[in-house]
Design a protein around this ligand. Structure first.
Ligand code: THU
Length: 154
């Protein structure tokens, strides 16, 4: 993937998010979500939702992906985000043609990467199936965000 123009790459990121969603651990909601992060060097880091029998402990796909990037020392290298999700079929594959956008908590988590990397990240919201993609900047999804600068950290 070419990282120079993140807006040109939504379909590749959506494809990576779809593949990641196949590894969702979502036996409770049976709603599989996949997230894919395009990195500065063109590589992709993915995540899937990871639910827990204690429901409130569940982690969203976007949060898993960003924590994975951070654990690899690459939080500042993220240049674009892709996400898909949908109700699982009998084989565990996500279904549906309606784009999914990040939940409020994930928007705040994405903001941590955006602020640390100094980028207003594009967020490509896709569906499990079909070509529909809605692209936003994080600042549209989370205007006037609370972030590291509020704590005097850059
Ligand atoms: N979910 C995500 O992974 N990301 C979101 O942005 C929204 C919701 C997950 C959480 C839960 O495992 C399932 O989708 C149903 O809410």
């Amino acid at each position: 993937m070419n990282a120079t123009d993140p807006k040109a790459l939504p379909q590749e990121l959506i494809a990576a998010a779809r593949a990641a969603a196949r590894n969702a651990h979502a036996p409770y909601s049976r709603f599989a979500v996949g997230a894919a992060l395009l990195m500065q060097d063109g590589s992709v880091i993915t995540g899937a939702n990871f639910e827990n029998a204690s429901y409130g402990l569940s982690l969203c796909a976007e949060t898993v992906a960003i924590a994975t990037a951070s654990a690899a020392g690459r939080l500042r290298e993220i240049v674009a985000v892709g996400v898909i999700g949908g109700a699982m079929d009998a084989d565990g594959a996500p279904t549906g043609t309606t784009p999914v956008s990040p939940c409020g908590r994930c928007r705040q988590v994405i903001n941590e990467a955006a602020q640390m990397g100094g980028r207003d990240l594009p967020v490509h919201c896709g569906a499990a199936q079909g070509d529909a993609v809605r692209t936003y900047r994080l600042s549209e999804l989370l205007p006037d965000a609370f972030g590291p600068a509020d704590l005097g950290i850059s």
